[in-house]
Design a protein around this ligand. Structure first.
Ligand code: GRF
Length: 212
């Protein structure tokens, strides 16, 4: 059975979704760069080992990433899952975990990389928004895309209501991507392309606002 390590910085709702999903893998540990991350308690309630590697304890990004990698490598995971991990990782760190480091981002990438995605989407008046799971490369938020979910932007949405609608889908697609990886159906090719052994590709169209 494959094993995964999950990195968090905060609330931990994606972590919780992964813990409750009965994934076909061992969740070996949860590591946070913040001691006050609420997700640490969620992990502990599920009996998962937790570690804190506090970024402010390290003189620079290299030193922090070296300590983080040492903590991860202790578990020899097949996959490292970023679930709301709010630190930018060095190119060296990213290269070390090439093809086995994934992230979830709250927008339909490549639109709205970076922070504050829901407010920016509302400001631009887009009608369709969503979330993306991707392999991590040193091109921030632009790694090869594994799966996306689109949600409608409704007329009275606030950043909070839109975020909640997107978050619900985050929890679904992250579970799916990790399930594919753990079952050996998902990998990253040497050329940097997502390889997914999946025959079914049901499609449906989301038109916002709807046609009359
Ligand atoms: C999520 O919106 C995720 O897409 C982003 O950070 C947020 C983390 O939320 N990278 P949570 O800690 O999983 O609740």
């Amino acid at each position: 059975m494959k094993s995964i390590v999950i990195l968090i910085s905060g609330r931990g709702s994606n972590l919780q979704a992964l813990l409750e999903a009965r994934l076909p893998c061992r969740i070996a540990a949860v590591i946070s760069n913040r001691a006050d991350a609420a997700g640490l308690k969620i992990a502990q309630q599920h009996g998962i080992a937790t570690h804190i590697i506090a970024h402010q304890d390290y003189s620079d990004r290299d030193a922090f990433d070296t300590a983080l990698a040492a903590s991860i490598d202790h578990y020899q995971p097949d996959l490292v899952v970023l679930a709301g991990f709010m630190r930018i990782l060095t190119a060296q760190f990213v290269a070390r975990y090439r093809g086995r480091l994934i992230n979830i981002h709250p927008s339909l990438l490549p639109a709205y990389s970076g922070l504050d995605t829901h407010r920016r989407a509302l400001h631009d008046g887009v009608k369709i928004h969503g979330c993306t799971v991707h392999f991590v490369t040193d091109d921030l938020d632009h790694g090869p895309i594994i799966i996306q979910a689109a949600v409608p932007v409704l007329m009275n949405d606030t950043a909070a209501t839109l975020a909640a609608r997107v978050l619900h889908q985050e929890h679904r697609i992250y579970v799916q991507a990790i399930r594919w990886f753990c079952n050996g159906h998902l990998s990253l090719s040497a050329q940097g392309k997502v390889l997914l052994q999946r025959i079914e590709q049901p499609g449906c169209t989301l038109i916002m606002p709807g046609l009359e």
